[in-house]
Design a protein around this ligand. Sequence first.
Ligand code: MSP
Length: 614
Amino acid sequence: MAASPPLPGRRLCRAVSMVTPPPLQAATLGRALYGAATAMLRPPRLSPGPPRRFAATAAGRGRRLLLSTPIFYANGPPHIGHLYSALLADALHRHRGLELGGPGRLCTGTDEHGLKIQQAATAVGTSPPELCQRISGLFRQVFTQAAISFTDFIRTSEPRHKQAVRHFWGALQNGGALYKGCYEGWYCTPEECFLPESQLAERRDAQGLPCKVSLESGHQVHWTKEENYMFRLSAFRDPLRNWLRDNPCAISPEPFYQRTLRWLEEDLPDLSVSRERSRLQWGIPVPSDSTQTIYVWVDALVNYLSVLGYPETHSEWWPAAHHVVGKDILKFHAIYWPALLMAAGLAPPERILVHSHWTVHGQKMSKSLGNVIDPLACMEQFTVDGFRYFLLRQGVPDRDCDYYDEKVVKLLNSELADALGGLLNRSTALSINPSNSYPRFSESCFPKVLDYRETKGTGRASAEDYEFLASVASLPVQVATYFESFQVYKALECIALCVRQTNGFFQRHKPWKLDRKDPAEQLWLDTIIHVTLECLRVYGTLLQPVIPHTADKLLSRLAVEPEERGLSGLTFLPRYDGKPCPFEGRQLGPDTGVLFRKLERSQQQQAKTKSSCP
Ligand code: MSP
């Protein structure tokens, strides 16, 4: 129930339980806690053996993964920030699929329970199920349109999810991780959590009365007192620290890993994990206590297991999970979720990949400011691949990025239309390649050397050309490393740099000026085009996770068959190493259309801040 704010001078409760939790009973814990997590939950004095550590399973590339996006609140339509979360997960999923030659899993969906949704439905005069049905449909539509390769779309209102949540709750309860307590503190409905005093600021509300707001989101908080089930989060400080110490890559980028460690130095109060049903009806009831509703964050986090068929079939995949999340929900994923999992006898996820936020013209995106950018309008204006490229090329996970139309137009025109599209156009022009085929490479023009700085000048290639060749040859590994370290923008930066170098190579040797009637010149001309097409083949292959349609067009034009587009067998310019090139002599694909159409500056002004009402 909601209570009145505390009287001035009264010591404020920082979102902690007001009752002393019942002591952990060794007998209960020993009986109920599952496997490895058992040792991790017990306080040290109760733990007879050394605690087991949760290390990542076989690390690195070469394994199937479960990638996930957060599940999105079904209280308003998708915006570009949501799409960014999904795009990052999609690019990683596609990249891993191309490395392994087969699909993994990418799960997304909508978070449909809680006060926030209940209130949003009331505000627009509809019921929560009707609102969720509509908004969930919008997310599915945007993600489908944006070519997000999701393999599962979960809604927390689905029976399979509710069943998983109930089972998970049972595992927590049987493990002795829950107790009932009276709880009071400042509750922030939009964030769906209690906030400690340190995360609050004083403001005035619309009537000019003093109120408190969340420092993070700016939303007003309300003093709330009720009886809840509590989760013994405080018992997990050491297990969480150990997990992070043993898995330094568990949270990326590094600043977010450090932030999580700092949280573990601070207060770690037990967590309220249910709400009185009288206050919150739109949610999953606590099994065997119909007066309580399961806290929406516990409900939502379990989605990562329900998509795997928890409690029956999840172990085929779990814990090979990589969660992509925004920085605002880091604590839920990096502290609460791993602790809940351990308490339920499961290992924490393998990795949590964190990104920052998009602002618009320097301002936070918000319904009240009316600056929420509609991703469908963006994709219509800049094309699906154009907008995917922009968000992934400009979005830097460690810091917030600013959106404005001019930036999109400038980037896409320069990197996709001019540099990449122009290169394909120039190197496949009938005027220099009348046979419209993949020409031959000549070793005599471009002889293999051990050290390009010591070329004896036997061929036609310059030291700069050898340097450029070395950059492209190392590109696939560089790109893979950046994808692995969740720096997709850096992978794209490297590709863009190589595309620029290839244009430089083409421009330097001016193949259109070579005399095709002279056999020696013809050999060199063919070699220049062969090298250029080889570069384009590498770029097309590496760009597939980011701009799938454009990459397909590019690779089809180069006559690269679908089974030749994987990453594991990607070799650049095999002829330089004296190996056969399967493409040499092949007829090029028939589609000679423009790879990426240049955007007009006048196209910039279209309205994209459509109504964001639910
Ligand atoms: N429902 C919870 C997540 C539960 S996951 C078990 C939630 N939903 S959300 O719709 O508010 O946010 C979903 C994702 O969108 C989060 O990763 C969040 O960081 C991201 N973004 C929301 N606004 C954003 C920007 N302005 N920019 C980038 N991403 C943003 O939180």
